[in-house]
Design a binder for this molecule. Structure first.
Ligand code: ADP
Ligand code: NI
Length: 203
């Protein structure tokens, strides 16, 4: 197995699957997560091959994907087997991508170092300037309002900041992830302050 060839083949597969995805799991989300995962992984001394494979594949089995795009864990296994990836690495990658979703809320002790790194990179992409953009894009794709001040518990994009985005900073696993998250968190607080200011309310 040549690791570079394997990564290029998986990258190509994921690119073709997700290039037209419109709910925030598009190829460029994957590419950003992969790059940040490698950056964090290097500083945290993780196995970078496992990290990169898991980052590239992390959203393909997600329930939020359209049925015609989504694949099963068994499909991921055959994909990696075709590239001659060792079974031990395949098991690890599968375990990571099944655990990292926020919804499944697996506590960090069940994640390997590589899993923590990929989860941190995925969470980083949900906050800061990029996270804000993804939230409005996702919200728009679901027909939600930007903000509805008369209905604080209704589903609007601003509500999602409180439900998820502002909580992520304290859920980061690694020191590098925490450091990168702090800056993005501050930017979101600044953003909300300006948003309410422009809206004209006194919040
Ligand atoms: P991830 O790729 O981190 O697993 P999700 O699948 O939960 O993220 O969601 C994809 C993107 O859409 C994220 O940026 C997330 O914050 C955003 N998002 C998810 N649910 C909502 C929602 N109800 N309203 C607005 N944005 C959302
Ligand atoms: Ni993701």
């Amino acid at each position: 197995m040549d690791k570079k060839v394997t990564i290029a083949a998986i990258e190509n597969y994921v690119y073709n699957k997700l290039i037209n995805e419109g709910s925030g799991h598009d190829w460029w989300h994957i590419d950003r997560v992969r790059k940040n995962a490698l950056k964090i992984g290097k500083l945290e001394h993780a196995n970078l091959f496992t990290v990169e494979l898991a980052a590239l594949l992390h959203d393909l089995i997600d329930d939020k994907l359209a049925e015609e795009i989504k694949i099963s864990p068994d499909d991921v296994r055959s994909l990696l087997k075709k590239q001659f990836v060792y079974d031990s690495v395949i098991d690890e990658v599968l375990s990571i991508i099944q655990k990292i979703s926020f919804r499944s809320n697996i506590s960090r002790e069940f994640l390997s170092l590589e899993g923590m790194v990929v989860q941190d990179a995925d969470r980083l992409d949900a906050i800061g300037a990029i996270g804000i953009a993804r939230t409005f894009a996702y919200s728009g794709s679901r027909g939600q309002l930007i903000y509805n001040p008369s209905n604080k518990h209704g589903k609007d994009a601003i509500q999602h900041f409180y439900e998820k985005l502002l909580k992520l900073k304290d859920l980061m696993n690694t020191d590098t992830g925490k450091m990168l998250a702090n800056k993005r968190h501050e930017f979101m607080e600044l953003y909300l302050e300006e948003f309410y200011h422009e809206w004209g309310s006194n919040e």
